[in-house]
Design a protein around this ligand. Structure first.
Ligand code: FEO
Length: 164
């Protein structure tokens, strides 16, 4: 059975993951409003992935005999200056999530909770990918700058993203 401390920390992480989903959905809406339909699609796929991350924590708590008490999800940002600004914010957010996952792993070690340590390994690896994807797009957008053709091309490229 999961400890109360670990359960509560996992429940907090459900909120973080659902907020991530909300944030990326808000970014998708912003991209749609600017007619960047490809980047909007990329963000929608990302939002869906975040919901799946939340469900992994949900299922883990339930499987280990815990109880999930959901809290309110805070309102995400609504406007960004440009695509680079939005993806920089996404990258910064993923760095924040990585820190959260590392803190959870530290707690699992402290609690001598081996099941949680193994469970969290998937997220440790996932965060390496999450940061790398966002960082790569930030670098491309920095390179492109304000060039319309480049933005059109990257919008097309990112629009090809499929759900994993
Ligand atoms: Fe659930 Fe983007 O990390």
């Amino acid at each position: 059975m999961i400890s109360k401390k670990m359960q509560d920390a996992f429940v907090d992480q459900i909120n973080e993951e659902l907020f991530s989903s909300y944030l990326y959905l808000s970014m998708a809406a912003w991209f749609e409003s600017k007619n960047f339909h490809g980047m909007a699609k990329w963000m929608q796929v990302q939002a869906e992935e975040e919901r799946e991350h939340a469900m992994k924590f949900f299922d883990q708590i339930v499987e280990r005999g815990g109880r999930v008490k959901l809290a309110a999800i805070k309102e995400p940002q609504f406007e960004w200056k440009n695509p680079l600004d939005a993806f920089q914010a996404a990258f910064a957010h993923e760095q924040h999530i990585t820190k959260r996952i590392n803190d959870l792993t530290d707690l699992a070690v402290k609690e001598k909770d081996h099941a949680s340590q193994i469970f969290l390994q998937w997220f440790v690896k996932e965060q390496v990918e999450e940061e790398a994807h966002a960082d790569e797009i930030v670098h491309k957008l920095e390179f492109i700058g304000e060039a319309g053709h480049g933005l059109y091309m990257i919008d097309r490229e990112l629009g090809a993203r499929e759900a994993d």
